[in-house]
Design a protein around this ligand. Structure first.
Ligand code: GDP
Length: 284
């Protein structure tokens, strides 16, 4: 999946302090990311490569279970992706529109990524965190019972579109399931589906419905583990291993590396931005 240049990023980060120094001074690095790069090494690892933090608690012979090196971008690539997510005059990042039916969705030729997950999984918090470099973007949330749940479209410059899909749950009405299903099945420019799973409770019954949908439509999708700041290291490791095993043995279309994130500590957010930039062809 990752281009050769994207491999072994984390290793480079920790073996080459000069890279960090050069990057934090480079004009191509955003102010915010330059500050990130000045963090102490361990904090930096936790923020940029949360799976590596988890790996440290595994016996060496189990480390390969985590598939850490499939998407392992260099700090330069992470900095470039942050640029893509930074709103500027020439890179407008905006809410575009909302739709309840696929035929009302904006007709966009750009690549698209969508976020799906159970209500309360942390989807709006995650999307807000991804868009933190575009503070004008308003991530709309319609959670009040009785309010129509919609798909919300955001454009990221000329690069790609992010779609916030309505949260699902036991009480999701049928027309809502139809909306998600139809979108996933018919959206031609959909490059990747990000399926959010709460890292505290792991994969739930309703998550399985979404996983089955992605599998049935042979979609390329990725499991993002939310709220990782809420668990102890041991609990998180247990969940990561369990879910990774599930991905390895029970799925076809799921990307074999998990993306743990926290919208509170920002852990994993830069890496996820980088993955989105990569799958939409913006790191080539
Ligand atoms: P959504 O229904 O999936 O959009 O979920 P929200 O983003 O509204 O989050 C649901 C609840 O989880 C809220 O109380 C959030 O503050 C909380 N939450 C979301 N993300 C995180 C996180 O990364 N860490 C922690 N500790 N809480 C989170």
């Amino acid at each position: 999946m990752a281009a050769p240049g994207l491999r072994l990023g984390a290793e480079r980060l920790f073996e080459m302090p000069a890279v960090l120094e050069r990057l934090s001074r480079s004009n191509s690095t955003s102010q915010a990311f330059a500050e990130v790069l000045r963090l102490p090494k361990q904090q930096l690892r936790k923020l940029l490569y949360p799976l590596q933090e988890v790996e440290r608690f595994l016996a060496p012979d189990r480390r390969q279970d985590l598939h850490l090196r499939i998407f392992d971008p260099s700090p330069e690539d992470i900095a470039r992706a942050d640029k893509v997510f930074t709103a500027t005059e020439g890179n407008r990042i905006d809410y575009v529109s909302s739709a309840v039916r696929i035929d009302h969705a904006p007709d966009l030729s750009r690549p698209e990524v969508c976020f799906i997950g159970r209500s309360n999984v942390g989807k709006s918090s995650l999307i807000k965190a991804l868009f933190s470099l575009a503070p004008e973007v308003e991530v709309r949330v319609s959670k009040k019972p009785g309010h129509t749940k919609k798909m919300n479209f955001f454009k990221v410059g000329k690069h790609f579109t992010v779609v916030d899909m309505p949260g699902y749950g036991y009480r999701a009405p049928e027309d809502f399931v139809d909306m998600v299903e139809t979108y996933l099945k018919e959206r031609r420019n959909l490059k990747r589906t990000f399926l959010l799973v709460d890292s505290v409770v792991g994969i739930q019954k309703t998550d399985n419905i979404a996983i089955e949908m992605c599998e049935e439509f042979a979609l390329p999708y990725v499991i993002v583990l939310t709220k990782i700041d809420k668990s102890s290291k041991g609990h998180l490791l247990k969940q990561v291993l369990q879910i990774q095993k599930f991905v390895n043995t029970k799925t076809q279309g799921c990307f074999p590396q998990l993306f743990p994130v926290s919208a509170v500590t920002f852990s994993g957010i830069h890496l996820l931005r980088c993955f989105i930039a990569s799958v939409t062809g913006n790191l080539d």
